[in-house]
Design a protein around this ligand. Sequence first.
Ligand code: UD1
Length: 440
Amino acid sequence: MDSLSLVGVSSLTRTISSLSLSSSSSCSDAVSTPGTERSLLFDDYDQSPINRADAGESFILVVGGLGYIGSHTTLELLKEGYNVIVVDDLSNSYLEVLDRIWLLAKEYLKTINRTLPSLKFHKIDYRDPAMRSVLATYDSTDGLGQSRSRISGAIHFAAFKSVEESISKPIPYYQNNVCGFVDFISVLEGFGIKNLVFSSSATVYGSMANQGVPLREEHCVHQQETYVDQLGQQRTVEGGVYGLTSPYGRTKWMCEAILADIARADPSWTITALRYFNPVGCHESGLLGEDPRQKPTNLVPVIMSVLEGERPVLQVFGTDWDTVDGTAVRDFIHVVDLARGHVAALAAAAKRPLREPFRTFNLGTGRGHSVREVLRSMEKASSRTVPVKEVARREGDVGSCVAEVRRAEAELGWRTQKSLDDCSVDVWNFLELSKRGQQI
Ligand code: UD1
């Protein structure tokens, strides 16, 4: 995926033209926002106001909005007509992703004849004290002279996410993912922004994933809860979880626990923690993709690096799990479905109060696929064979991790639409397009 990062803006524009997307827009109008290194505004204010009764003057703040999941979510928000403010320090992303999001949003909205919302970008570390100045620019004064933020909700993607790196460097993980996050919550609260979507992970289920049953939200709670299990038995579960296997996983669990405490103390918050299963795939255009700066360790990016010739072989970690074919089983969710889950979470929070001010949701398909099935799917999409070496289980892995998805379906009105094969086709398209982009 490094190849994507090498696609210059001019070749990108040519690539995009060849895809029949509008290329009339790019980063524009550098403006200065106090305290930030640089701000870019994408404004279409000269056009008629957006066609959403509730979105005209309000924004969704997307922190880490140019990364893998953040970029797809920003695009889906724009497609739904939300005005978006992206905050990203570009430490693990590229500015040209912003162009790509904007072009894809424009192209889509043109096809359905809808007016473009607004996209604003601030290059800043979300922990920087200058974030207060950024947020202050979105304050407005109401008829009674009261200051009110035009940011109606925030989504946080700016966490570090490498399991391996978190084991070797736990301090930056706790500093960024926990300390920085708590400071950020306090800044949001100071501006009266109390609607938050938090990127959590199925990793919070710890050793519950070893039990071979679909994971439900009640398997990891932050205060005592009673629920009815799949056999109709009433169960009481205590807050806490066993068997977290990495500092990364602990940061996710800690942040959830902190958010649960905050919501309990102040129920005027609406906090949605979305527990991602295994996000894979990319936008079908091939213009948005995954992890341009980090060496991949997750399954699909590793298969991609083998297909690109950057690695000689895919190591399959463990063939002795108690699963259909002995390889581990995961719930692979297409990143566009995942992104739409965030939009559904915001919409649900806006329409009606959540059942509790802090509420967790699994974002998965509810269906497991083995490592070998993923491999076969990628081989089919690419019409290539991936060389494989079977090795021992990877430390900290679990055999099976699949979501129970009923809560998200019932309360968010969301479910996945894309298959594993869709993921593979889109990822292969992304690889092919990146290569062609470089040659144009
Ligand atoms: C990990 C994290 C999870 C995080 C997710 C996505 C843990 C326990 N899991 O999930 O929190 O949300 O990444 O970033 O912290 N595999 C191979 N060969 C490879 C790579 C992977 O066989 O080269 C296998 C793994 O052993 C595993 C499966 O593929 O059985 C999926 O692995 P991976 O994509 O890394 O995701 P998880 O470990 O499930």
